[in-house]
Structure formats: structure tokens, C-alpha cells
Design a protein around this ligand. Structure first.
Ligand code: ATP
Ligand code: MG
Length: 649
């Protein structure tokens, strides 16, 4: 960003917390100020109150070797003990997961059930000779055995590396090799949209190039059969058969690694982000409790992400279980067998807290309100979003149709690398504004800076930075400390740089603008793609939009837009003109798209984020870049055809 960011979008709508909500909220007004007075004391208090330690830490932060910070480094604990054992005496019968299979089968796991399953599987892992510190790759769908496997690893001090079940065999083998895993845990197949994803077959292909793998453990899920390699492959059921349902949780150091998770790969070679036991648990339990206002005795909480992403690690498994939450876990696609599947589940289980992604919300808008409106969602009391900036109109739709106009919306900004939520409203405390993630979480200090690292005054935009360490921060990139330093700590010395652009308004609210590479330079003006997209989505005909800056001799970059319409609208030339004018009148003529292409879908990563890089290739008539992390590769060719035949002025 060579220039200041244009201040285009303005937002006057604001939703203050209701007195009623505040009266019962976990977070109370003033919490940010208290934490800001002494952030280390704030985190120490959380760590001591929320975690059952085998040996309490006496030191909070070791900052002797930045950026390799250590938290609570002489503390001893076990995260699986915190998620399971400590709940059993009084709450063993409480449901940990209501699990719903895609074909309609269900399983209910109480905390006592979960603990037994984890212990049996942990004993099975021990019988294979695995030892503390060994890496275990997990390549599964959303079945109960996935969190069971993770917790069993954590119990023994094994380091898990979950690879999203939608990834290919290539992605799996490269992650297995990078993490130097000794075993892989998978399934015969996973249900998705009525089809079977052949996880075991993919694993077999991956294992041809991963000599370090000694065993594949296979969960039977779809009964589509599996080629079991003699001596190497073991059925899960056979491994746990006859194992004791008692297994002592290892005493681990707070800084012992818990897992490696590869970032989704929107940009460059995947990075194996390393998280540890103590700081990570402190961060995830604290944020989960305050951001979602969790009441362990009464809430039914549903984070509808996949455990293959960090959202699932922190907010389906570790944070919620440590907080003794009752959760819903759904195996399959949100549109299978019908477009109302999620709302039907939500209604049936009386879900009170719901967490999803903007990409899903835009899909719900596109599918039509009727699928939502026919279900009773009145039990909901907090709803959240994560993954991308949420367009203000998508926020409003979420507010009205899912949150029945009263649920606080928590728009949570964070990353794989941060381990937990960093910027988010606290319900009951912070007034929300559609499209803004509002303010940093207590104990987190963020700033928006210019090219030279100088703080940009309120009202301006630039680079988001985090100015002090926090407990759940990544410790390194696995096997590549230098890359960790270069990627996150070199651009602005002494500060963490997440790679995202951000604006702050006059009230000090943060407006995330997506990755800095997604910011355009049009006739000398810096314009965020997000803002033009939000302007397009604010038109009633539009469900979703992606915008890129295409090379242009005259203006440096010209704005090219790709638009998906709501099911009720049809894309003709008059709508095209109307949309261009709509953007011009919302944001100003400088932001008017040069071209608009209507499309049924947009290219997305497997985590559902818009892949602007490919649209830019299309717009600039280039050979397409790497499409291997795309969820819907076909759409790219289709868009390319349409773009070639589209007209512009
Ligand atoms: P990669 O780093 O491999 O390209 P990724 O960044 O998509 O993948 P994640 O760590 O899952 O992988 O995503 C974090 C990123 O998602 C953030 O850096 C930010 O760009 C975006 N993001 C997440 N939550 C929000 C939010 N509430 N508002 C705006 N952007 C968000
Ligand atoms: Mg990233």
C-alpha cells in the first residue's frame, strides 16, 4: 500500500447490547480496561482460574528470545485432562457432543462416554509404540472418532496434525512428509453431499510417497470397503478391542507442542503452524467463554466449521470441551438432503449459540429465505462468524433471519497462527456495527500502521499489527524458525504482522479488509476489494461478489467484478448497468467496476474463501495459477468463458 487507503464505506447502523443481555453476560463492561492495565496479569488470572494444572506456573511470559515467546513455561498440565477428566465427578452424564451423521444416524456422547473412548484409543496408540513428541497425521471427516483421536494424542503428548478431509492425496502426503508423521488415522470413506469421499483410497495414494508412516488406522464409516495393507493398516475397532478404558494423562509442560496445523494454503507453500498445551488452552477457553457467553449448564453450542480448520480445533474441540460445553457436531453438507438441513438440526436440538462463516451466510442468502423461515430458531441467543470480512448486508441478513433481530452477532477476526479469537465484540459489552469485527479482545493489543510502521490515526487505514504477545500465539512454523520470523515478525520489527489490511473508524472500531495483496490501486487510490464487494452485495439482487484489480494502462488497475445473484434475480445488461451505478453512488465514481461478469458460483478455497488470485488471472488473460486448493475447479473455466465474451465500456 503506497498510498493511504481510501475511506469509502461508511456505516451508521449500530446495535448496542441490551440491558437484559448484559445483566447475565460472562463479560462485563470495563473488562477491556482492566486487561489493558496489565495484560500479563489478565492472562495469568485466566490461566489459573480456567485450567486445572498438575503444577501451577510461577512465571507468566518469557520474552527473553523474541519472537519465540513462552507462556507459563514452568506450568504442568494435560489438555485432555482439562477437557475430560476434571468434568467427570460431577458432570459425567452431561452431553459433550450431539453428533448427527449426514445419512441421518446419530450418536450422543456424554463426557463419560467420550473419556472412555479417548482412553481406549490412547491405549491402542501406546500399543503401537508411539512416544511423547511423535507426530500423528489425521485425515478424517466429521465423525466422533476425529475429536477422540485428537484428545487421545494430546493425552499422551503426541503431536497431531489434522489434514482437512476435503484435501487431495498430494496435499496429504506433503503434510505428512513435512510433519514427519509416524502414523496416519483415516476412514474407509466420509459422507459428503450424499457421496462417499474415498479417504482410505486417497491415503493409499499418499502413502506411496511417505516412507516414514508405519501404520494407517482406519475407522469404519461408510462400509464401502478398504484395501487393508497387511501389517501396515489396522481397523480402529480392532485396535481398541480389549483396551482398558482407563489411561493416565501424561504430565506435560505448558510449552510442549499440542499440534501442527497447516494454514489453508490460499497463499504459497503451506505453513505448519505449531501450538502448545498451556498458552493455547488459556487463549481458547477464555475467548470461547467471553465471546460466545457460554453457560455450561444450559447452552447448546454449535460451531458449524470443519475440525480440519483451526476454527474446529479451537472452537469445536479444545475450548468448548475444556469449558464443559454441550455441542452439536454435524457430519455432512449444509444442503444435503435439502437446503434447510442446518436449520432443521438447529431447531431439533434447540441450539442457543451458532458460529459459521460469511461464505455460508452468503450461500443461505442465495438459496432463499424460505428455507430458514420455516424453522423455529427462537432458542438462539448469540451468533458468530469467522473466516472472511462479512459484507454489511450479509451481516444484516444474518441478524434478521437467523438472529431474529435480537441475538448479538460476534464477527471474530483471527487466524490459524493466532490460535484464538483476537478481534471481536463481546456480547453484552460492545455495541456492534455491521461489517466490523469491532475491538481487540481483552489482553490483546492491535494497531493499524502505515508502510513505515507508524500508527495511522483513527479514521484511516493501513496494515493490521499486533503489538504484544498473547498466550495462544503460534510458537513457530514446524521445522522452519526462520520462515516464522520472516513471515510474521520482519515487516514491522517487534510486532506481529498477520498480513491483513485494516481500517479504523472514528470510534476506534476495526474494519478488516482482507489480505493486503487484495487491495487495489486505481488511479492512485488504494481501494480494498472487500469494500467494492460489500457495495455490490448491498444491492438486493446480489448474493455474493468478488472483485479484483486488473492491469490497466490508463488507471494502473481497473476494477473487475464477478457477481452471483440471489435466486430471485436475473442477470441482464440493465442489471449490469444498475450495479455499476449502485457502486458508484455508494462508494463514489472511483470505485465503479469497469466490468461485471455474472456467474453461478465463485472460485473458493476448500475452506470457502474467495480465491481472487484466479479471477485476476482470468481478468488479465493469464494462464491460471495453482488450482489444487480450489473446492470448485470447474467454475473457473466457466467464468473465463463468460469474461472473454463480456462487454465493457
Ligand atoms: P493461508 O494463510 O494459507 O493463505 P488462510 O489465511 O485463509 O490461509 P486461516 O488462518 O484459516 O487461513 O484464515 C485467516 C485469515 O482469514 C485472516 O488472516 C483473514 O484474512 C481472514 N479472516 C478470518 N476471520 C476474519 C474476519 N472476521 N474478518 C475478516 N477477515 C477474516
Ligand atoms: Mg493466512
Amino acid at each position: 500500500m503506497s498510498q493511504a487507503l481510501e475511506n469509502l464505506l461508511s456505516e451508521d447502523r449500530s446495535f448496542p447490547p441490551s440491558e437484559e443481555f448484559t445483566a447475565q453476560a460472562n463479560a462485563q463492561p470495563g473488562i477491556h480496561d482492566v486487561a489493558a492495565l496489565d495484560y500479563q496479569a489478565f492472562w495469568q488470572k485466566q490461566a489459573l482460574e480456567r485450567i486445572t494444572w498438575f503444577s501451577e506456573p510461577t512465571e507468566v511470559l518469557d520474552d527473553s528470545n523474541p519472537p519465540f515467546y513462552k507462556w507459563f513455561k514452568d506450568g504442568e498440565l494435560n489438555i485432555s485432562y482439562n477437557c475430560l477428566d476434571r468434568h467427570l465427578a460431577d458432570h459425567g452424564d452431561q452431553v459433550a457432543y450431539h453428533w448427527i451423521g449426514e445419512p441421518g444416524d446419530t450418536r450422543t456422547l456424554t463426557y463419560a462416554d467420550l473419556a472412555k473412548e479417548v482412553n481406549r484409543f490412547a491405549n491402542g496408540l501406546k500399543s503401537l509404540g508411539l512416544e511423547k513428541g511423535d507426530r500423528v497425521a489425521i485425515y478424517m471427516g466429521m465423525v466422533p472418532e476425529l475429536p477422540i483421536a485428537m484428545l487421545a494424542c494430546a493425552r499422551l503428548g503426541l503431536v497431531h496434525s489434522v489434514v482437512f478431509g476435503g484435501f487431495s492425496s498430494d496435499a496429504l502426503s506433503s503434510r505428512i512428509l513435512d510433519a514427519e508423521a509416524r502414523i496416519v488415522i483415516t476412514q474407509d470413506g466420509a459422507w459428503r453431499g450424499g457421496n462417499v469421499v474415498p479417504l482410505k483410497e486417497n491415503t493409499d495414494v499418499a502413502l506411496q510417497s511417505t516412507p516414514g508412516i508405519e501404520h494407517a488406522i482406519v475407522v469404519r464409516r461408510t462400509d464401502h470397503g478398504a484395501d487393508m495393507a497387511e501389517g501396515r493398516d489396522i481397523w480402529w475397532d480392532d485396535l481398541v478391542e480389549g483396551q482398558s478404558d482407563e489411561c493416565k494423562a501424561e504430565v506435560l509442560n505448558a510449552e510442549d507442542p499440542l499440534y501442527i496445523l497447516y494454514t489453508s494454503g490460499t497463499t504459497g507453500k503451506p505453513k505448519g503452524i505449531v501450538h502448545t498445551q498451556g498458552g493455547y488452552l488459556t487463549g481458547t477457553t477464555t475467548t470461547h467463554s467471553y465471546v460466545f457467553d457460554i453457560k455450561p449448564d444450559s447452552d447448546v453450542y454449535w460451531c458449524a466449521a470443519d475440525i480440519g480448520w483451526v476454527t474446529g480445533h479451537s472452537y469445536i474441540v479444545y475450548g468448548p470441551l475444556a469449558n464443559r460445553t454441550t455441542g452439536v457436531m454435524y457430519e455432512g453438507a449444509p444442503n444435503y438432503p435439502e437446503l434447510d438441513r442446518l436449520w432443521q438440526i438447529l431447531d431439533e436440538y434447540g441450539v442457543t449459540v451458532f458460529y459459521t462463516a460469511p461464505t455460508a451466510i452468503r450461500a443461505f442468502m442465495k438459496w432463499g429465505d424460505e428455507h430458514v423461515d420455516k424453522h423455529d430458531l427462537s432458542t438462539l441467543r448469540v451468533i458468530g462468524t469467522v473466516g472472511e470480512p462479512i459484507n454489511p448486508e450479509a451481516w444484516m441478513w444474518y441478524h434478521e433471519h437467523i438472529g431474529h433481530g435480537t441475538c448479538p452477532i460476534v464477527d471474530t477476526w483471527w487466524q490459524t497462527e493466532t490460535g484464538g479469537i483476537m478481534i471481536s465484540p463481546l456480547p453484552g459489552v460492545v455495541a456492534t456495527k455491521p461489517g466490523s469485527a469491532t475491538v481487540p479482545f481483552p489482553g490483546i493489543s492491535a494497531d493499524v500502521v502505515d508502510e513505515d510502521g507508524n500508527s495511522v490515526p483513527l479514521g484511516g487505514g493501513g496494515f493490521l499489527t499486533i503489538t504484544q504477545p498473547w498466550p495462544s500465539m503460534a510458537r513457530t512454523i514446524y521445522g522452519d524458525d526462520q520462515r516464522y520470523v520472516d513471515t510474521y515478525w520482519s515487516r514491522f520489527p517487534g510486532r506481529y504482522f498477520p498480513g491483513d489490511g485494516c481500517k479504523r473508524d472514528e470510534d476506534g472500531y476495526f474494519w478488516l479488509l482482507g489480505r493486503v495483496d487484495d487491495i487495489m490501486l486505481v488511479s492512485g487510490h488504494n481501494i480494498a476489494t472487500t469494500e467494492v464487494e460489500s457495495a455490490l452485495v448491498s444491492h438486493p439482487a446480489v448474493a455474493e461478489a468478488a472483485v479484483v484489480g486488473r492491469k490497466d494502462e490508463l488507471t494502473g488497475q481497473a476494477i473487475a467484478a464477478f457477481v452471483t445473484l440471489r435466486s430471485t434475480a436475473s442477470g441482464d445488461d440493465s442489471l449490469l448497468e444498475e450495479l455499476r451505478d449502485h457502486v458508484a453512488s455508494t462508494l463514489g465514481p472511483i470505485a465503479k467496476p469497469r466490468s461485471i461478469v455474472f456467474t453461478d458460483d465463485l472460485p473458493k478455497t476448500r475452506s470457502g474463501k474467495i480465491m481472487r488470485r484466479l479471477l485476476q488471472d482470468i481478468s488479465e488473460d493469464r494462464k491460471l495459477g495453482d488450482v489444487t486448493t480450489l473446492a470448485n475447479a470447474d467454475i473457473v473455466a466457466e467464468i473465463a468463458n463468460k469474461a472473454a465474451s463480456s462487454t465493457e465500456d
